[in-house]
Ligand binder design. Structure first.
Ligand code: PLP
Length: 437
């Protein structure tokens, strides 16, 4: 070894040390002690050459796989032409093409898109548009929801663990019960859906001044613990909203782009939202967020009402367009549906043998495994963390979430292979047996 480079290395800080010294790593309890170097499909490799099977997809982002060659090629081609100009002039066709694609794939009459950079920015923009269109101010959101980490999106987030040390938050937000059958007082999904939808009428009547612009909900509640609302829920909710002239903003930031076995999760419920917020899976990891609405609602934005300097960045839009084309060409929603059914079947079989597994739920490849200590459903929070750590040790990345931090989250890239799924299930079962013992 060159002695000079050896001298330089003595004082050099490792990546972990630099992270601790120079980054605000307040985003997680403990940074996962792995230094990722590169990734492909459903695998990531660390700087020591160890490969991990990725069942979290960068928090449900790289639905078309890490470094999807079609997506990166489109982005690279765009980089050589134009990286940024400004959002107050028409530029490069790819931004308009991406907006046209959004009109094609979003449900019903949703047509006009505003491009932002993140999920939180998309939700904030959607709230602003709803307020301008209706001339009303208040919002009804759900308990156990998550909508982002900015002040406004935390104000509409129904989870104190995400909000702690940040209050007081914006007023004008009322929370309705989450349609969370497993922890509700109702035995059946159907009854839970019915009662939780009815509760929105009560929230409107008793917890707001009646000046409600929008109801905001995730069609599958990701951070809340992969809570899948009952099939009758959103239709019944929509009836309440229509009675009071309240818009329905669907937050598809985590559930969108094929993740749940449909392009958008709200399609499972046969309801047309008024505004849809998206991000995460929209561009396979390139920063892009969006909100999309009908012509007449979008017209509530007057010139100068809304702008985002980087929003609709041409490189991200090129990536987004290639990403959606890839999804359509390879039917990623259909793949997610089939693979998800397979995984849920296997997990239910595990549940019958392991009392630690209280509930298995999900749609497509958005799957939650709720761990409990006993028949009273005491959340097994520490065991969820221990299972995640055991999986990491065995080469599997997955997430932990839920309002009690006791839900393991499986949200792999939708391109994950059968062999990789089987391997992931094998590691997971072993980890769950270990922490059960
Ligand atoms: N909405 C939902 C449903 C989310 O899951 C998230 C992030 O996890 C957000 C909004 C915020 O997105 P971002 O982190 O891109 O701001």
């Amino acid at each position: 070894m060159n002695p000079l480079s050896a001298v330089a290395e003595v004082g050099a800080k490792t990546t972990e040390e630099k992270y601790r010294e120079y980054l605000m790593t307040g985003f997680v309890k403990a940074v996962t002690p792995v230094v990722i170097d590169h990734a492909e499909g459903a695998t990531v490799r660390d700087v020591n050459g160890r490969t991990y099977l990725d069942c979290f997809a960068g928090i449900s982002v790289v639905n078309a796989g890490h470094c999807n060659p079609e997506v990166t090629a489109a982005a690279k081609a765009q980089i050589d032409k134009l990286v940024h100009c400004c959002s107050y002039m028409y530029h490069v066709p790819v931004v308009a093409d991406m907006a046209e694609k959004m009109a094609e794939i979003t449900p019903g009459r949703l047509k006009k898109t505003f491009f932002a950079n993140s999920g939180a920015e998309a939700v904030e923009g959607a709230l602003k548009l709803a307020r301008l269109y209706t001339g009303k101010k208040e919002v009804i959101s759900l308990e156990a929801s998550f909508h982002g980490r900015t002040y406004a999106t935390l104000s509409v987030t129904g989870n104190s663990s995400r909000k702690k040390r940040g209050g007081p938050y914006a007023s004008g937000v009322a929370f309705a019960p989450a349609p969370y059958t497993y922890r509700s007082q109702w035995e059946s999904d159907e009854r839970c859906g019915e009662e939780c939808a009815k509760a929105i009428e009560n929230v409107f009547r008793f917890h707001t001044s009646g000046d409600v612009a929008a109801f905001l909900a995730e069609p599958v509640m990701g951070e809340g613990g992969i809570i899948v609302p009952p099939r009758n829920y959103f239709k019944a909710v929509k009836e309440v909203l229509d009675r009071h002239g309240i818009l329905f903003i669907v937050d598809e930031v985590q559930s969108g782009f094929g993740r749940t076995g449909a392009m958008f999760a709200i399609e499972h419920y046969g309801v047309e939202p008024d505004i849809m917020a998206t991000a995460k899976g929209i561009a396979d990891g390139f920063p892009l967020g969006a909100f999309t609405s009908r012509d007449e609602i979008a017209a509530a934005f007057q010139p100068g009402d809304h702008l985002s300097t980087f929003g609709g960045n041409p490189v991200s839009c090129a990536a987004g367009l290639a990403n959606i084309q890839f999804m359509q060409k390879h039917d990623l929603p259909g793949q997610a549906k089939r693979k998800g059914e397979y995984v849920i079947g296997k997990l239910r079989a595990m549940q019958s043998k392991l009392p630690l597994i209280g509930d298995v739920r999900g749609l497509g490849l958005m799957i939650g495994i709720e761990l409990v200590e006993d028949a009273k459903k005491t959340p097994a929070t520490a065991k969820a963390e221990a299972a995640k750590a055991a999986c990491l040790k065995a080469g599997l990345l997955l997430g932990v979430g839920g309002v009690y931090g006791n839900v393991l989250r499986l949200q792999p890239p939708l391109v994950i292979t059968q062999e990789q799924l089987d391997r992931a299930l094998e590691i997971l079962e072993k980890a769950l047996r270990e922490v059960s013992a």
